[in-house]
Design a protein around this ligand. Structure first.
Ligand code: PLP
Length: 225
């Protein structure tokens, strides 16, 4: 039983998003019936952060769902999601990109990825600092990956009530996106994804040039881990 107004919440969020912003419904830790409630309202992009949980949902749920892997992905798990994943949002090493390329090639696929930028003040292990990302792109190895398509950047702001700080962090992401667009992807129309914004900060993100928000709690309710 769903004890949350998924349809109502989804409608409210959609109404509040600018037209060019796509919505990733973050369904991690929620049962199939929650996803189906959103699916029935036309939602097709869902975000999951655990390989095993995603595997089960992918097997059971409609095949036209586009799955985004939004969590930290271990290289040894890439092979399980490579056959079907639509986008891997949090790529933060050349090693992971190499493995995605290798596995995608096996299935004759090109997998869309985002580079995860670390802008938050917090002690998080994940994501690349701006200079680390610059260094990775300055090195040419990524150009050799025929089965990976770098679609843009993903970032998470600090967990704080300080709106100014969140705005500053998203602005770093927006500026870096523009920098890379000019320097490496000027002719690449596909480099167009700016994934920042979650339940508590997606409105700020939309003011900072986001065009992809990842929203869980506000649609599906609190998660029980
Ligand atoms: C869980 C998660 C979200 C969704 O967070 P909410 O606060 O529930 O909207 C978004 N992005 C990532 C990377 C997540 O892990």
């Amino acid at each position: 039983m769903i004890d949350y107004d998924v349809k109502g919440n989804l409608a409210k969020i959609r109404a509040s998003l600018p037209e060019d912003v796509s919505l990733v419904a973050v369904s991690k830790f929620h049962g199939d019936e929650y996803l189906m409630a959103a699916y029935d309202e036309g939602q097709r992009i869902f975000g999951e952060s655990q390989e095993q949980e995603l595997r089960g949902k992918h097997e059971r749920l409609p095949k036209d769902i586009e799955w985004h892997f939004i969590g930290h992905l271990q290289t040894n798990k890439v092979k399980y999601i490579a056959p079907y994943i639509s986008m891997i949002e949090a790529v933060d090493s050349i090693r992971l990109m190499r493995e995605i390329n290798r596995q995608a090639a096996k299935y004759n696929r090109v997998i869309d990825i985002l580079l995860e930028l670390r802008v938050a003040n917090e002690e998080t292990k994940f994501g690349l600092l701006p200079d680390e990302m610059r260094k990775m792109l300055a090195d040419d190895e990524w150009r050799t990956f025929e089965n990976v398509c770098i679609r843009g950047l993903m970032a998470m702001a600090s967990y704080t009530d300080d709106v100014e700080q969140i705005r500053e962090e998203f602005t770093i992401a927006a500026n870096l996106f523009s920098e890379f667009k000019i320097q490496y992807f000027a002719d690449a129309e596909y480099f167009d994804c700016r994934s920042w914004g979650m339940s508590d900060d997606y409105r700020i993100a939309c003011m900072c040039n986001s065009n992809m928000v990842r929203i869980g709690t506000t649609i599906f309710g609190p998660r029980t881990y």
